[in-house]
Design a protein around this ligand. Sequence first.
Ligand SMILES: CC(C)(COP(=O)(O)OP(=O)(O)OC[C@H]1O[C@@H](n2cnc3c(N)ncnc32)[C@H](O)[C@@H]1OP(=O)(O)O)[C@@H](O)C(=O)NCCC(=O)NCCS
Length: 185
Amino acid sequence: MNPAESSNRSVNWPQATPIVTDRLQLEPLAVHHASEMVETLSSPDLYTHIGGTSPSRSELERLYALQSAGASPTGDAGWLNWIVRETAESAAVGYVQATVTRAETGYQADIAWVIGVDSQGQGFGTEAARAMVDWLADHLVTVVQAAIHPDNAASARIAVCLGLQPTDEIDDGEVIWRAEARTEE
Ligand SMILES: CC(C)(COP(=O)(O)OP(=O)(O)OC[C@H]1O[C@@H](n2cnc3c(N)ncnc32)[C@H](O)[C@@H]1OP(=O)(O)O)[C@@H](O)C(=O)NCCC(=O)NCCS
């Protein structure tokens, strides 16, 4: 796909912009992030509840080339991805992402978060996910949902902090959590 086609398919979807929180910087994903993310995503422990295995640099480069286009190849979903780091000089601690589709009013976003094992347990997952959800609310997203494995307690805690509630919907063994609108501070 040439660059013109790539930008055309993303023209109708919100496009990721930089986000700054008290402790974190969220950078819109780019292919050059692949080299540092290989290390961040290297622990097998990250994949216990989400499946998959540690990606190689070339796998990440291919994935990030696709994802950073900002929309699915068919154009029927917007893809928003941010790399998370503490300072401009420090290595990435993880990423957050949202897949955006049309909702009855505005957009629906399917969201996810990953924090490298060396950076877990410091509230980074919650802080980055909250910043993303705030950004999504500012960009006409009215429904937010996440698919979380029943044994993934840390991820469920993040969902609770974001105001999502578990539903009785199961997708591929994962519980769908949802919030129709963000109401907490
Ligand atoms: C889920 C994940 C992003 C959490 O990242 P994190 O930066 O450690 O999260 P936080 O530090 O913000 O902690 C979030 C909450 O989980 C709790 N928590 C952290 N590790 C936990 C564990 N192993 N068991 C139970 N609760 C845990 C924290 O105490 C915190 O709860 P609190 O708000 O009540 O204090 C991280 O563990 C991860 O990347 N896991 C692998 C990928 C994954 O499962 N992603 C989720 C896809 S939906």
